[in-house]
Design a binder for this molecule. Structure first.
Ligand code: C2E
Ligand code: MG
Ligand code: MG
Ligand code: MG
Length: 279
C-alpha cells in the first residue's frame, strides 16, 4: 500500500511535468509565430527518367532562439494539439505559394497539410483565397496528406473540393499507415509518395524481396492512375532500383537536401534539365 501510494505520487509528478512541458511548448510556439521564427526549406523532386526538376516540397523549420534549428517532428504534434497548426499552416501555404511564383511555370510546390487544418473552418476557401492573392495557378500547388491518418468522409469532401480547384493531391508516407487499396481509390489522388521505409532496404543484399514489394506497390499506384514519388532516395543504387520499378519521381538527399528559397535559382541553374547522356 505504501509503495502503491508512492507510485501514484511519482505518476502525478510525471504527469504534471508533462503538462508543464506542453504549456511551455505552447507559449513558445505562440511566441515563435509572433516573432516569425518559422522558415521554409525546399527539397527538389526530379523526374526519375530524365533528372528534370518537377517540383519542390516545402518543409517547415523553426529557428528557435535558444534551441537552434528545430525539426517539424519535434513540434508539429504540439502545434496540432493546440490548434496553432492552423495559423502556422496558413503562413506556410502563403510563403510556399509566394516562393513558387518566381520559379519556372512547370515546377510545382508541394505543401504538407495536417488533418487539423483540413478540418478547420473554411479551409478550402482560405486556400483558394491565398492562391488568388499571391497569383499562383492552382495547378502549381500540390497538397500532401499523410497516410498515417484515418481519412473520413468529411476529410474526403475537403480533398474533393481542393482537387476541383485544380490543386494536386498527394498521399504522403504511403505504406506506413492505414489506407487500403480500396480507400486509395475513393480519394481524389494524383500522386502516391512511397515512404522511405520501402526505399532504404533496397541497399541491403540481397534486396530481391524488397524489390518485388516496391514493384507491386508501384503497379497498384499505376493501376489507379497515380504518379509515384519515391521518398528518401540517398544512393545511386536506390535510384536505379526505384527507376527500374517504374517510379516516376525521386526525392531524397541524393538529388538534393532541402534548401532555402534564395538558393533555388542556383540549384536550377546546376540542374537545367535532362541528365547528361539520358536525353
Ligand atoms: P515528409 O512530408 O514525409 O517529408 C520528408 C522528410 O524526410 C523531411 O523531414 C525530409 O527532410 C526528410 N528527407 C528527405 N530526403 C531524405 C533522405 O534522403 N533521407 C532521409 N533520411 N530523410 C530525408 P522533415 O523536414 O524533418 O519533416 C518531417 C515531417 O514533418 C514531414 O515528413 C512532414 O510530415 C512534416 N512537416 C514538414 N513540414 C510541414 C508543414 O509545413 N506542415 C505540416 N503539417 N507538416 C510538416
Ligand atoms: Mg511530405
Ligand atoms: Mg513523406
Ligand atoms: Mg516520410
Amino acid at each position: 500500500k505504501e509503495s502503491g501510494r508512492h507510485q501514484i505520487r511519482a505518476f502525478d509528478v510525471a504527469l504534471r511535468d508533462r503538462a508543464t512541458g506542453r504549456a511551455r511548448a505552447l507559449l513558445d510556439l505562440r511566441r515563435a509565430l509572433i516573432d516569425e521564427e518559422f522558415e521554409l526549406v525546399y527539397q527538389p523532386q526530379v523526374s526519375a527518367g530524365t533528372g528534370v526538376v518537377v517540383g519542390f516540397e516545402a518543409l517547415l523549420r523553426w529557428n528557435h532562439p535558444t534551441s537552434g534549428l528545430v525539426s517539424p517532428g519535434d513540434f508539429i504534434s504540439v502545434a496540432e494539439e493546440t490548434g496553432l497548426i492552423v495559423p502556422i499552416g496558413a503562413g506556410v501555404l502563403r510563403a510556399a505559394c509566394t516562393a513558387a511564383t518566381s520559379w519556372p511555370e512547370d515546377i510545382r510546390v508541394a505543401v504538407n497539410v495536417s488533418q487539423v487544418q483540413l478540418r478547420s473552418s473554411r479551409y478550402v476557401e482560405s486556400v483558394r483565397q491565398t492562391l488568388e492573392e499571391v497569383n499562383l495557378a492552382p495547378e502549381r500547388l500540390e497538397i500532401e496528406v499523410t497516410e498515417s491518418l484515418v481519412i473520413d468522409d468529411a476529410d474526403r469532401d475537403v480533398l474533393v473540393q481542393l482537387s476541383a480547384l485544380g490543386i494536386a493531391i498527394a498521399m504522403d508516407d504511403f505504406g506506413t499507415g492505414f489506407s487500403s487499396v480500396a480507400s486509395l481509390s475513393r480519394l481524389p489522388l494524383d500522386r502516391l509518395k512511397i515512404d522511405r521505409a520501402f526505399v532504404a532496404p533496397l541497399d541491403a543484399d540481397p534486396a530481391s524481396s524488397r524489390f518485388a514489394v516496391l514493384r507491386a506497390v508501384i503497379a497498384i499506384a499505376k493501376s489507379l492512375g497515380l504518379d509515384t514519388v519515391a521518398e528518401g532516395v540517398e544512393t545511386e543504387r536506390q535510384r536505379a532500383m526505384v527507376t527500374e520499378c517504374g517510379c516516376d519521381v525521386i526525392q531524397g538527399y541524393l538529388e538534393g537536401v532541402p534548401i532555402r528559397a534564395a538558393e533555388i535559382p542556383a540549384y536550377l541553374h546546376r540542374h537545367p534539365g535532362a541528365r547528361a547522356g539520358e536525353v
